[in-house]
Design a protein around this ligand. Structure first.
Ligand SMILES: Cc1cc2nc3c(=O)[nH]c(=O)nc-3n(C[C@H](O)[C@H](O)[C@H](O)COP(=O)(O)OP(=O)(O)OC[C@H]3O[C@@H](n4cnc5c(N)ncnc54)[C@H](O)[C@@H]3O)c2cc1C
Length: 512
């Protein structure tokens, strides 16, 4: 069964639940899918989280889930196994076979800490083996502290821990050789240095016993170390998300949590392995808001695209403002292509004042024109009647406003200065109305006129015929291109001088 959501949040830790809360409060249908293994589950209490000092991390998540649910968010237990880009939405598949679709996805799956391979270390992780002086340092301040270096970068962690206690021993094998400056700094602040590798760690009544390769035993009350951040992002592989060059190569995001994929946001440790709970919550909150803002923008775009009357109000204004807009003659490129075709039924999408449709009717076609402007349609009807042909005109929003299939569907200079004009959607709808064996003819401006020098800022981009064909994205098994050409025709510039116009001509045959 497939469920459709505005947003699916993958990972319900502090980052994911913060994102979900923002989305729920924005009345977005939101699902959180969570594997139930937050990174700090090994710790019984957390610190450095304003207003929640000493709280069990599991309690914070419990509260977060209840708060998100109060805003309509649904929370499911499960593991997301793949994300597939379906254009208008992302398909979210779970390991148990469940499938959801979402207009936007927030990835907040955290990291796993890959600990040094020292026997006994893992059992004490989150208890006496610690990673973050800010999270758990105060609780062991003044005690016997060890730091197990994992790389030369651990020198910084050793110095931070020294701030907490006068009794610090650094196990430096992974950071060796220590440079002279570091050796001096450690000596100056009485940091003990053990260069032998660590063989094992165990807890007994005296504390944490650290056995080194030479058999010596060192006893501390707590041992700090850093795990390697391990991101499990195979499920998002198909989306090719850009990564940053921080340790662990986390997902690259901007301040709103936007990734390199327009429908994917990310937050928490998966974007910043160093982030503690408050930082992860903050980034989750931003990603939830960012995802909602992306949906808001899309909702407006879609609404405009669906409202031909509003979208195309400008056309009616332009037609109504002048007596005649176009010449009433057929376009030369249209005439040249259609002259070779056997007359049948024809539909002209964006027929304007009817020049092409009337010309087709005069050559024996049963032609219909559709245009958004009532003024243009009235003039086209008058033109047909003046020329004594039986052409039919409809006020409407492209091919969707006309019934039936046609031997020829024509879209001639279907451009608009409206930013949200859905040209390729309209052309695809037009293509769908071509009868088997029939043809789609698209004639368009391939370049601005030479006297305009460059494309005016208010005009949509113009494409070569080859680009148009690619952007149309029609099924090659169903469509055979017959003409994909640039055709130049004579034209007169506004100042009366001679010039030319480049028309892109696409003639595609629908194979039966
Ligand atoms: C031992 C320890 C103690 C800590 N103590 C503190 C502290 O005291 N104070 C502090 O501020 N910070 C502390 N931290 C850091 C804290 O854990 C992180 O900042 C925080 O967990 C990051 O939140 P997150 O939401 O990004 O990831 P997580 O909390 O790790 O949540 C990620 C969630 O995503 C789920 N998930 C992963 N993959 C999938 C998938 N494919 N499908 C579905 N779900 C998935 C996981 O199961 C998990 O529930 C501690 C960390 C550790 C290791």
């Amino acid at each position: 069964m497939t469920n459709e959501w505005d947003a699916v949040v993958i990972g319900g830790g502090v980052a994911g639940l913060s994102a979900a809360q923002m989305l729920g409060r924005s009345r977005r249908r939101t699902l959180v899918i969570d594997g139930g293994k937050p990174r700090n589950r090994f710790a019984a209490h957390m610190h450095g989280v304003l207003g929640h000092d000493g709280l069990d991390p599991a309690r914070l998540l419990e509260t977060g889930r209840a708060e998100a649910r109060a805003y309509g968010v649904e929370i499911a237990t499960g593991t997301v196994s793949s994300l597939i880009d379906d254009g208008e939405f992302i398909r979210v598949e779970r390991a148990d076979g469940a499938v959801d679709t979402a207009r936007v996805v927030v990835i907040s799956t955290g990291i796993r800490d890959e600990l040094p391979a020292v026997p006994g270390l893992h059992a004490e992780w989150g208890r006496t083996v610690l990673h973050c002086p800010y999270c758990h340092g105060w609780e062991v301040a003044g005690l016997r502290l060890g730091v197990l270096a994992t790389s030369p970068a651990s020198v910084h962690q050793i110095e931070l821990v020294r701030q907490l206690s006068d009794h610090v021993t650094a196990f430096t094998a992974a950071a060796e050789p220590l440079d002279e400056d570091t050796t001096t700094r450690f000596a100056a602040r009485d940091v003990g240095v053990v260069s032998e590798g660590v063989r094992a760690v165990r807890r007994d009544q005296d504390g944490l016993v650290i056995t080194t390769e030479d058999g010596a035993e060192h006893i501390v009350d707590a041992l700090f170390t850093g795990g390697d951040p391990d991101l499990r992002l195979e499920f998002a592989g198909e989306l090719g998300l850009a990564r940053s060059d921080m340790p662990g190569t986390p997902v690259a995001v901007d301040l709103r949590g936007a990734t390199s994929h327009p429908r994917v946001f990310a937050a928490g440790n998966v974007t910043a392995p160093f982030a503690n709970v408050p930082v992860s919550m903050g980034s989750g909150s931003m990603a939830g808001a960012g995802a909602n803002a992306m949906l808001v923008a899309e909702d407006f775009r879609r609404a405009v695209a669906d409202r031909a009357d509003l979208r195309n109000a400008g056309w009616e204004e332009r037609y109504a403002a002048e007596n005649h807009f176009w010449s009433g003659r057929v376009n030369a490129s249209v005439a040249a292509v259609v002259a070779d075709l056997t007359p049948g039924t024809a539909l002209d999408v964006g027929s304007g004042e009817g020049g092409d449709v009337v010309w087709l009717s005069e050559r024996g076609w049963h032609a219909t024109g559709v245009d958004v402007s009532p003024t243009a349609v009235r003039r086209a009807t008058e033109l047909a009647s003046a020329r004594g042909v039986d052409a039919h005109f409809v006020v409407g929003d492209g091919a969707r406003s006309v019934e039936g299939e046609f031997d020829l569907v024509l879209a001639s200079f279907l451009h608009s200065w409206e930013a949200d004009f859905p040209r390729f959607r309209m052309l695809r709808e037009a293509a769908a109305r071509v009868a088997p064996g029939g043809r789609l003819l698209v004639v368009s401006h391939a370049a601005p006129p030479p006297w305009a020098r460059e494309l005016p800022a208010h005009m949509p981009p113009m494409h070569s015929p080859e680009e148009e064909l690619a952007l149309l994205d029609l099924d090659p098994a169903q469509w055979r291109p017959e003409i994909v050409e640039l055709r130049r025709r004579e034209a007169t510039a506004p100042d009366g001088t001679h010039g030319h116009l480049d028309d892109g001509v696409l003639l595609l045959r629908r194979v039966t």
